[in-house]
Design a protein around this ligand. Structure first.
Ligand code: 13P
Length: 254
């Protein structure tokens, strides 16, 4: 972990928890991370839990995010949620282009770019996900996939826009499988992404952008991941659902 990039420890709750579960989680979680000043803490619950989450973290150093947004402000888009709606509900962050969105809901690099621009326009901090599938890794195409996702999804931003983006590297084969990328594999991928950032937006932007790792992050492996210079935080699925395990991840430095 580079000292000049503040780590971000983010939880992606996916489609888990009700508003009541959310309140119960934060009752337990807040005291466990009350002294954590070494990182930013973000939780991205389902949309309907956002008001309960925002209320629960009032006064704490924890911010709330959405898991997706639509790029129009409002309109006849049944089932969608817009940037202004998320911001008005108190969300500060939003995950964009998660592999599950790409796989099950038809998201592409093009829609990732539209969503990212919309998030920025409405003052939300996007966490843009990239990552290769197992067959792509086995075919030696990891670098090619990451470059294409960067080119299609992020290279279309202006430098000012890009400065407000966080990237999450989530190898699809490591998500929910218990199969974590080794710190070395994750670092290598992060380097590929950072090199693309340098090519497109310059060395300063590359040194400043935070790249999170996601995929079976657990209390038992977070320390070795965070020991890597290239890894600026984690995006955690399953292990963010329990207050004690996510607190142990947030407190990786202890
Ligand atoms: P798991 O931590 O459950 O593998 O999920 C990772 C993820 O997809 C976070 O966005």
């Amino acid at each position: 972990m580079a000292t000049n990039r503040t780590p971000i420890m983010a939880g992606n709750w996916k489609m888990f928890k009700t508003p009541a579960d959310t309140t119960a989680f934060f009752d337990e979680f807040k005291p466990l991370v009350a002294s954590a000043t070494h990182c930013e803490i973000v939780i991205c619950p389902p949309f309907i839990d956002i008001p309960a989450a925002v209320q629960a973290v009032e006064g704490a150093r924890i911010e709330i995010g959405g898991q997706n947004l639509y790029w129009e402000k409002e309109g006849a888009f049944t089932g969608e949620i817009s940037g202004p709606m998320l911001a008005a509900a108190g969300a500060r962050w939003v995950i964009i282009g998660h592999s599950e969105r790409r796989q099950y809901f038809g998201e592409t690099d093009e829609t990732v770019l539209k969503r990212t621009k919309a998030a920025l326009e409405h003052g939300l901090k996007p966490i843009v996900c990239v990552g290769e599938h197992l067959d792509e890794r086995e075919a030696g195409k990891t670098e090619q996939v990451l470059v294409a996702q960067f080119q299609g999804g992020l290279a279309g931003l202006t430098a000012e826009e890009f400065a407000r983006v966080t990237i999450a590297y989530e190898p699809v084969w490591a998500i929910g499988t218990g199969r974590t990328a080794t710190p070395e594999i994750a670092s290598e991928a992060h380097k590929v992404i950072r090199a693309e950032v340098a090519k497109k937006f310059g060395g300063e932007a590359a040194a400043a952008v935070r790249i999170l790792y996601g995929g079976s992050v657990k209390p038992a492996n977070v320390k070795e991941l965070m020991a890597q210079e290239e890894i600026d935080g984690t995006l955690v699925g399953g292990a963010s659902l329990k207050a004690d395990s996510f607190a142990a991840i947030v407190n990786f430095h202890r």
